[in-house]
Design a protein around this ligand. Structure first.
Ligand code: SAH
Length: 368
């Protein structure tokens, strides 16, 4: 059977081009989007305002498909985690966080992750490739289907699930375009957030083509410490990262800010001196700070910080004039919290076996 193109992965420009290539006008692409996203009609035969010949061509060459739901877990706090099977058989996770007046969907962008941040369990799973753009949009479709029963829909999307979005650049840009498009989900650019561990060329490229909100997983105020926690820092230093951030936020305009994410780990990066260094570092960046207490997982070697230390850390930043939020942990009982998303990845980096070997040889787990 020939390979059908999954049109959930096409943004407006790509759909318009598809029609133009078939000798039709570009507006036909927008007509198709309205059928799919506003009428939720994915049967080409029913799209009666498209020329019959084109409907037939679409049915022969294209389809709409979403990942398969393997399992759905509901937390006591209302957070829902889905285990989804994508086309190559791997399992990925997505998380829906319902709050008063908003539904935030945390979507995955890759199958596992290559970055191997020392405190993240997704990293420990290894990596087996990029998600297709349709797999990213498909997560949104599935979450909206689940919310429809309550008369609700996804209001905010964060690319904070498995993977590094800026290492799956084209797919992430296409998928976020669909999320923002009035012919599709119509979310405001402020409500679609790409989160990165610091892929500097990716940030620069994103600035050229998109206006989504940007979050930076910083986690350390010095290169020495960040090199250990977020290994990509060895390639792109904090200074290079902050340069890219300033350029990005400059382009967004004066009313918008970057989000700096900082996972607090006990005795590692949660001391007053770190807060002071962080405040100094971020002085000239238009940003707000999200503090995330570390979510433990077996064998991580890190611990959640003491409440008193979290509070002290936050107070220092607030005193220095930073809007500083403490991210409450959600969905802990179903392992849906930040850094706990693992899915089931056919690791091609052999990291999983190295990691297991390390656990088995019972090397003392280092807590710095
Ligand atoms: N690769 C992107 C997207 C992943 S976002 C990025 O790094 O931004 C996932 C967020 O959860 C990141 O900020 C990550 O650093 C954080 N995180 C990872 N493991 C965690 C853990 N065990 N506890 C708390 N936060 C964690």
């Amino acid at each position: 059977m020939q390979n059908l193109q999954n049109l959930y992965g096409f943004d407006r420009t790509q759909l318009e081009n598809l029609f133009v290539e078939q000798g039709l006008q570009a507006f036909r692409g927008r007509q198709l989007m309205k059928w799919v996203y506003h009428q939720e009609q994915t049967d080409f035969a029913a799209m009666t305002d498209l020329p019959l010949r084109m409907r037939e061509w679409l049915a022969d060459n294209c389809h709409f498909a979403v990942p398969e739901v393997e399992r759905q877990l509901v937390s006591a706090d209302g957070t829902i985690k889905w285990l989804l099977r994508v086309a190559n058989g791997d399992l990925i996770e997505m998380v829906l966080i319902p709050e008063k007046g908003r539904n935030t969907l945390c979507v995955s962008s890759q199958i596992g992750c290559v970055l191997d941040c020392s405190f993240c369990s997704t990293g420990k799973q290894g990596f087996n490739g990029n998600l297709a753009p349709a797999d990213i949009v498909g997560q949104m479709i599935l979450a909206n289907q689940a919310l429809r029963a309550r008369g609700e829909s996804v209001t905010n999307v964060v690319l904070m699930g498995m993977g590094e979005p800026l290492l799956n650049f084209d797919a992430v840009v296409a998928a976020t375009n669909v999320m923002k498009d009035d012919h599709a989900f119509g979310l405001s650019k402020r409500r679609v957030t790409v989160s990165t561990a610091g892929v500097v060329p990716g940030i620069d490229k994103l600035r050229e083509v998109s206006d989504v909100a940007l979050a930076i997983s910083l986690h350390a105020p010095t290169d020495a410490l960040r090199n250990e926690l977020v290994p990509i820092n060895r390639k792109y230093s904090i200074e290079q990262l902050l340069r890219a951030c300033r350029d990005y936020v400059e382009d967004l305009g004066p009313a918008r800010k970057l989000v700096i994410e900082y996972t607090l780990m006990r005795g590692v990066n949660d001391q007053p001196e770190h807060a002071g260094q962080l405040a100094e570092l971020l002085q000239s960046l238009r940003c707000k700070i999200n503090l995330i207490p570390f979510n433990p997982f077996p064998g991580s070697g890190y611990e959640r910080p003491l409440d008193a230390d979290i509070e002290h850390f936050q107070t220092i930043l607030i005193q220095q004039g930073f809007t500083t939020m403490l991210r409450t942990t959600r969905g802990e009982d179903i392992d849906a919290a930040c850094g706990q998303l693992v899915g089931q990845v056919q690791d091609r980096t052999r990291r999983q076996s190295r990691y297991r070997a390390q656990l088995e040889t019972a090397q003392p787990v280092v807590v710095r």
